[in-house]
Each structure stands twice: as structure tokens, then as C-alpha cells.
Write a protein that binds this ligand. Sequence first.
Ligand SMILES: C[S@@+](CC[C@H](N)C(=O)[O-])C[C@H]1O[C@@H](n2cnc3c(N)ncnc32)[C@H](O)[C@@H]1O
Length: 255
Amino acid sequence: MSSSEIQIKEMVAHKWDLASETFDTHAGHGIQSKKERDAWKYAFLKVFPEKGLKILDVGCGTGELSLLFAEMGHEVTGIDISRKMLKTAESKAEACRANVTFEEGDAENPHFDASSFDIVFSRHLLWTLPNPKKAVVNWGKMLRKDGKVVIIDGVWDNGTLASRVRRNAGALVTLLVERKDPKKGHAGYSDELKAQLPHAGGAPLEKVKEYLSSAGLENIRIFDLKDVRKAQKEKMPLGERIVRSHQYYLICGRK
Ligand SMILES: C[S@@+](CC[C@H](N)C(=O)[O-])C[C@H]1O[C@@H](n2cnc3c(N)ncnc32)[C@H](O)[C@@H]1O
């Protein structure tokens, strides 16, 4: 890794260390209702219906979905570069007595053997990687035959004026009408840091499709997560709901 990449990752880790305490309070991060939990389970069963899979959750954060996978009967490992996000994940696992392994690790350069997982999963991670294509190619290498890379991401800022106005309006409503901090639960990257990330406003679906193909994955399928989003929206403050019309997807490819 070059020294500038190391520096970017240190900045990213620091941002998430700071956000770790409030991350789960944000609807869209922490699961907020039984309806949302059920919608997630139903969505994942459509993508990987088998039980007892070996899953690697890259950029697992506070482990919200790692723990859901464990609840669904899978053997889960979560890696992240933020020690504080991992600490929160570990406390949550302890509280619900879940058997999930959480480790410090870089999603772009994972330290696992080739062919060691059935599923490599990431949610809301690609946008914050300096080398997203390299990451996806490396995820493909860690898959066993017939294993899947499963990615959940979206584009919340496509660089247009309309998207900026919508986001700012949402933040203003949260701040002025609901008297809440719109940044709560988010990492808030500087423009300098964003400039180092090819998908700082979110990873476009077509680009991610290309990454999966570059990783040699086949049978690429896309899901809209409509029911999950509907359940999340019910628990979101008004300001958040205003910005929630951006592209959002689950995409997967098979080895
Ligand atoms: C938006 S959060 C998503 C957390 C989790 N995947 C979720 O959906 O709840 C992004 C996470 O990616 C982690 N992260 C960023 N860059 C990473 C990298 N290169 N390797 C591993 N984790 C990384 C951050 O520390 C943070 O916990």
C-alpha cells in the first residue's frame, strides 16, 4: 500500500471511530423494527437460501448485519478498519450471546486464504474505498466455488444540483423542524478526503456490475430492497425521508 493510501485509510478509520457511538441510531444503519428485521431476512433468503454458510462481512462496522447473519444460522466473520466500530460490534455480540468473530482488517487487502468463504458481503462500503475495483476482485478470490459476492450500496449524491438541494433541504428540516443533529450517525468526510475516493457520493450500480465482472463472477443479479426501505422509512425522521429517493440496490455475482 502506498503512503497516501495508508493516510487515507487512517483518516477514514478516525472518522468512523468518532461516529461509532451514534452509528446505530440512524435509521438505515441500525435495524429499527421487527418489520425491518423480517424484511432483511426475507431479502437475504432470496439471495442465499442455504443455511450454515461461511460469511465474511467486509467493513462490518458495528456488526448490525453480521449479527443478523449469525441469527439466520451462518458462521460469520466481520472485518473493519475502525477499532471503535469493532468494539461496538463486539459488545453487541456479547449482549446477545452471538458467536461472531470481529477482527481488524482492510477490506481492499483482506488477510484470508483464497477459497475460504461462501459469501463475501459488504453494505455501504464501496463508496469509502480508494480502490473499489481492487477490493471486489480480491473478494472474488476468497470465494469457494459457487460462492457469492453480495454488495448493498447506492448513490445519494450524483453530483447534480438537484441531489445537493435535496440533501441540504433534508438536513435543514432535521435541524430546524425536528431539532436534531443531521450529522448524527454519519462520518462527515471533508472535501479533501472525498477527493481521494472515486465513489464518494455513492457507487453507481453499473460500475459495481463492472467490478463484479472484472472479478470473474457470473450470474449477476440485482434486487431493489423495496420492503427493507419501506420499513426503514417508517422509522425515519421527516428530514431523512426527504433525501431517501436515491438509487439503492443489492447486487450479487456467483463464482
Ligand atoms: C457506512 S459504514 C457501514 C458499516 C456496515 N457495513 C453497515 O452497513 O452497517 C462503513 C464502514 O466501513 C469501514 N471501512 C472503511 N474503509 C474500510 C476498509 N478499507 N477496510 C475495512 N473497513 C473499512 C468503516 O470503518 C465503517 O465501519
